[in-house]
Design a protein around this ligand. Structure first.
Ligand code: ADP
Length: 434
């Protein structure tokens, strides 16, 4: 439909290109930049999620990432999308509908007073690793992995979702196909593009991605972090120049907390370590109330961060602005994961390394003997999958207090309750522990 004859609509309900193809059944959730509706595809009755993304940069990132990940295992499937930049309407991405997520699974297990068995944990972990591996192999760095972004089907299939903060690392080209077989039904349903169309679109998307992203993470950070959309080859080492203010604080890697702008996909592996620990212990591992408190929570468990365990850390932009007193007896990850098998704890340990170079990749972990030792991963259909509503009822709002601060704005006054003393120094602050 041409823009001349169309009337702009601010609501998904007033957009004929969508309402002639989907019946909108109701809103299922809202995120920071999006409203998500349950819909029925009129052609065949398929239930879908219609994600209306209000922020243009997030929309471009989500579409770009999901296009690169078509057919990837354990990654949410994008069926089609509606985006017309000239018309300045919100993008609407049509996704497979997934009624649950890992946050709901954790809340539900907690409500029942149970625990996730080692065999169940192995199946969930295998699925998360497979999804993250697919992202990294396709050159997509997610940057916002957390339990609520790992969506789950009624049958127990887990899919990495919400690519609104992702970045492409690989220079995509049509010389080779994507590493995954494309689903022919999906191709028919989606806006099939020719190579020339795709390259034109990619150029347009890159141009559009050159937004300034001036937020810095730590309140003391004085650097202006600009995601400069530098696309390099996939490497495990830091690439590009990115903003450090990404992701939800509890799952944010130390290099990001210290303001790095040249990090790589290993930031996702740190998040994964936090997620796996939360899944098996049923409580968030590092629930910081500010970025300064976040680092304090981490070092209380893992010990001080220094040149020995993270060579080069003293060059991170904010490293010298905040100093923490020496932690004589860090509690260690074992203490955070009581009664869990040592092999499981070891998987978490391989992810939660200060030095990104020492963090295991998803591909390495998938080959770990842990997954082929007894107890074996349970079958997917043996996993217990609550709906989000069941889990919400069960949590009774108990996590809301945590969640609010987990993603809230950073504030220099929020040092966190476990800190005893804050002293101003000529470079920034010194934090001492009780
Ligand atoms: P944002 O990018 O703004 O954070 P989200 O992707 O987190 O938005 O979506 C908001 C909410 O919508 C989620 O918490 C989830 O409950 C729901 N949701 C998102 N995607 C789907 C989907 N594919 N199927 C079912 N529900 C979804």
């Amino acid at each position: 439909m041409s823009t001349e004859t169309r009337t702009r609509s601010w609501s998904i309900h007033g957009r004929p290109e969508i309402t002639t193809r989907y019946e909108i059944l109701g809103r299922v959730g809202s995120g920071s930049y999006a409203d998500v509706y349950r819909g029925r595809r009129l052609s065949d009755g398929l239930i879908v999620a219609l994600k209306e993304i209000h922020d243009q940069q997030s929309a471009i990132r989500e579409i770009e990432a999901l296009r690169s990940l078509q057919g990837a295992p354990n990654v949410i499937e994008m069926l089609e999308y509606f985006y017309d930049d000239e018309f300045e309407e919100d993008a609407v991405v049509v996704l497979e509908f997934l009624p649950s997520d890992l946050e709901a699974v954790i809340s539900d297990v907690k409500r029942r007073g149970g625990s996730i068995t080692p065999g169940e944990a192995k199946r969930w972990i295998l699925q998360v690793l497979s999804g993250v591996n697919a992202c990294h192999q396709a050159g997509v760095m997610h940057r916002d992995l957390k339990p609520s972004n790992l969506l789950i089907s009624a049958g127990g299939a887990l899919k990495v979702a919400d690519f609104g903060q992702s970045r492409l690392l690989q220079d995509l080209s049509f010389e080779g196909t994507t590493p995954y077989e494309t689903n022919s039904e999906k191709d028919k349903a989606s806006n099939q593009l020719t190579e020339a169309d795709y390259l034109k679109e990619l150029e347009f998307i890159r141009e559009k991605s050159k937004f300034e992203d001036n937020a810095s993470c730590l309140a003391t950070c004085s650097t202006v972090d600009i995601d400069d959309d530098q696309l390099g080859s996939y490497t495990e080492e830091p690439v590009g120049a990115f903003t450090s203010c990404v992701g939800t604080r509890w799952y944010r890697a130390p290099e990001l907390l210290y303001g790095s702008c040249s990090y790589g996909p290993k930031v996702d592996l740190w998040s994964l370590g936090c997620i796996l620990a939360e899944m098996v212990s049923l409580v968030p591992l590092f629930p910081g109330v500010s970025d300064i408190d976040q680092i304090a929570k981490i070092i209380t468990v893992l010990g001080n961060l220094n040149e020995q365990n993270f060579p080069g850390c003293s060059n991170l932009p904010d490293f010298n602005k905040i100093s923490y007193s020496k932690i004589e007896n860090p509690s260690g990850l074992e203490a955070c994961l009581p009664n869990r098998p040592i092999e499981e704890v070891n998987i978490v340990k391989r992810l939660l390394c200060y030095d990104p170079a020492n963090r295991a990749t998803a591909s390495e972990l998938l080959k770990d003997g842990y997954f082929i030792e007894e107890p074996l991963p349970v079958e997917i259909d043996q996993l217990i999958v609550p709906t989000r509503d069941e889990a919400d009822e069960s949590s009774g709002g108990e996590w809301d207090e945590f969640r609010d601060v987990g993603s809230g704005p950073d504030d220099i006054d929020e040092f966190g309750s476990n800190l005893m003393g804050v002293t101003k120094t000529d470079k920034g602050f010194c934090i001492s522990f009780s």
